[in-house]
Write a protein that binds this ligand. Structure first.
Ligand code: FAD
Ligand code: N01
Length: 536
């Protein structure tokens, strides 16, 4: 076991930014290596995503038995999930349980935002400045989350609106009661799809502002059968191992098909899509192996979903508006409970803002195409400055004062999503260039935590002080990430994977496609003495 060389106070072996799933696991792992660790978290509690996103209907779209830590056999045996897809309160309870069980809170400083982190070349340390004072550390790990930086469109007149404004990713803890209220929801991504059916049940009138129609497949959520849960627990290690071998890190019990849609008959395709629709959830995308590489294959699946929308939504004009025309799955597929049905309610209306964008807010509501829509409350379900937003909001400086924001001005550049040249001893968990948001995030997070911890252990065991991605390795990796993405249909639509949802953000496909091959690559890099990293 490595021994701490720093005495806690304001000097640490490792500073971790963020106390979500990633930061908490890192703390547990690094503390177990005998290192001094301080976690800084801006929120007043742990949980990250599951602390902030308390909007009505917030829940997971990866099945509960898979969306959990696997680092402790006891933990995964003792925790009981109650539903196929866990709700936000249940996931937050789970994270709080983990925090208590492993006594993590004593090394987490809540309500503390990291503002700056600069590498001091002379002392070979990270000087980290928080809004509660400075600390320094040998290593700095950004566990700041891929979807933690809420995106609020810069509409004129926001300050003038007399009603209440909410963002799904910053929902009030005390909850919100929309009973008897006129509510506007902006956006139709996953957060909107989950919250709209519930807001519609409460509100007197709900108006949804849609810029891009969304594909949603039914969740078919249900209470978890105790027998099913026990059966998985009885083979948890094998179950986890099988999931790790899949392309996206989940779903080995209902795997992606090997066949191509383009080689199946129309009848076979219809039956296959119907079966996956009946099963529910993201497994729909695994109906055929070519859905995200062949336009023809994709069109067959998207046509099926559009047919479903038309069969559910009674008003033909509304059904048409709700029917997407982009590639299915190139924006993250939504998993819903009664989303399309909600538009059959008499108190729900849909406003298309694709051609006539929202002009701004007024004292009474929203202005679109010269018309004013009056509301008591407006919900921004407008998503996140994904993957780079939380990192860019910190002034991160590497060697010679190089600013990360400057280095990434034309898009993020990393080696394996874990490190970036010019920034020694800085690690990123599920950073751009790693599979992260295209996978079940929990195994992706754990894989990064393990890799980072092993790397730090290797340095200490070999009396080394610094690890830094080389520019050559980084350039090759960035080119590879782009090449892989270009083999697919992903770059074809304006998704947040490409940064297209945030005005002015460079258009670069940020995540890496392929979990199992990525894990193999990381293991190979480590086995070859951290190939592509300079150790000194
Ligand atoms: P986060 O949970 O985002 O935690 C990062 C933390 O860092 C935050 O608490 C933030 O406050 C803190 N932080 C950031 N910057 C600073 C700073 N400068 N100073 C101090 N603290 C800072 N993934 C799935 O795999 N399956 C799902 O079903 C799924 N559902 C999701 C549903 C929603 C509504 C959202 C938004 C995301 C979902 N995700 C899902 C992705 C989810 O973000 C990850 O699964 C996971 O929770 C990320 O954990 P994390 O620790 O990496 O980041
Ligand atoms: O955000 P989004 P989200 N005017 O970016 C619209 C995870 N997640 O919070 O598509 C009008 O997907 C925007 O329109 P467009 C999951 O990974 C998972 O919903 O850009 N509209 C879009 O409709 C997910 O993908 C779950 O044209 C504007 C919406 O706002 C990710 O988090 C649940 C606008 C934003 O959709 C983000 O999801 C929730 C403007 N100016 C989240 N700006 C699960 O189910 C933006 N929009 C597990």
């Amino acid at each position: 076991m490595s021994k701490s060389t720093d005495t806690p106070g304001d000097r640490f072996d490792v500073v971790v930014v963020g106390a979500g799933f990633a930061g908490l696991h890192l703390l547990h792992r690094l503390r177990g290596m005998g290192l001094s660790v301080r976690v800084f978290e801006a929120a007043s509690g742990v949980g990250g995503t599951w602390f902030w996103n308390r909007y009505p209907g917030a829940r997971c779209d990866i099945e509960s038995m898979e969306y959990s830590y696997q680092f402790s056999a006891e933990l995964q045996q003792e925790w009981e999930w109650t539903e196929r897809y866990a709700t936000q309160p249940e996931i937050l309870r789970y994270i709080e349980h983990v925090t208590e069980r492993f006594e993590l809170l004593r090394d987490v400083q809540l309500e503390t935002r990291v503002l700056r982190a600069a590498f001091d070349d002379t002392r070979q340390r990270w000087e980290v400045e928080t809004d509660r004072g400075p600390v320094s550390a040998t290593h700095c790990v950004m566990a700041t989350g891929c979807l933690s930086s809420a995106h609020m469109p810069d509409f004129p007149g926001i300050d003038q609106f007399a009603g209440d404004i909410f963002h799904t990713g910053r929902w009030p803890h005390e909850g919100v009661d929309f009973t008897g209220k006129r509510v506007g929801v902006i956006g139709t991504g996953s957060s909107a799809v989950q919250s709209i059916p519930i807001i519609a049940e409460q509100a007197e009138q709900l108006t949804v502002f849609q810029r891009t129609a969304t594909y949603a497949v039914p969740a078919h959520n249900h209470p978890l059968d105790p027998g099913h849960q026990e059966a998985i627990k009885a083979r948890y290690p094998e179950f986890r191992a099988a999931n790790r071998q899949t392309y996206l890190g989940f779903g080995s019990d209902y795997p992606a098909a090997d066949e191509a849609a383009t080689e199946a008959s129309p009848e076979e395709r219809e039956a296959r899509y119907q079966e996956r629709w009946g099963h529910g959830g993201l497994a729909f995308m695994g109906a055929y192996r070519d859905l995200l590489v062949s336009s023809e294959a994709n069109e067959s699946a998207s046509k099926f979903v559009r047919g479903k929308i038309r069969s559910i939504v009674e008003d033909a004009t509304v059904a048409e508006l709700l029917s997407p025309d982009q590639v299915l799955g190139c924006k993250r597929l939504c998993v819903d409970t009664g989303y399309y049905d909600t538009f059959n309610r008499p108190n729900v209306s849909l406003v298309d803002v694709s051609e006539t964008p929202i002009e701004g807010l007024t004292e009474r509501g929203l202005q679109v195409g010269g018309s004013e829509y009056e509301f008591d409350a407006i919900v921004f379900a407008t998503g996140f400055d994904a993957m780079t937003g939380a990192l860019q909001r910190i002034d991160i400086r590497g060697r010679d004062g190089l600013a990360l924001a400057e280095k990434w001005a034309r898009g993020p550049r990393t080696y394996l999503g874990l490190g970036t040249a010019g920034f020694p001893n800085l690690f990123i968990v599920t950073g751009p260039g790693s599979p992260s948001v295209l996978t079940n995030m929990l195994p992706s997070i754990e894989q990064h935590v393990e890799w980072i911890a092993d790397c730090i252990d290797h340095l200490r065991a070999n009396d080394l002080h610094c690890v830094e991605a080389t520019k050559t390795a980084e350039d090759e990796w960035v080119a590879h990430v782009n090449q892989v993405a270009d083999l697919t249909l992903f770059p074809s639509c304006n998704s947040w994977y490409l940064g297209a949802n945030v005005p002015g953000k460079p258009r670069v496909f940020m995540p890496y496609l392929g979990f199992a091959s990525y894990v193999a690559k990381c293991e190979e890099v480590a086995a070859r003495g951290y190939e592509g990293f300079a150790l000194s």
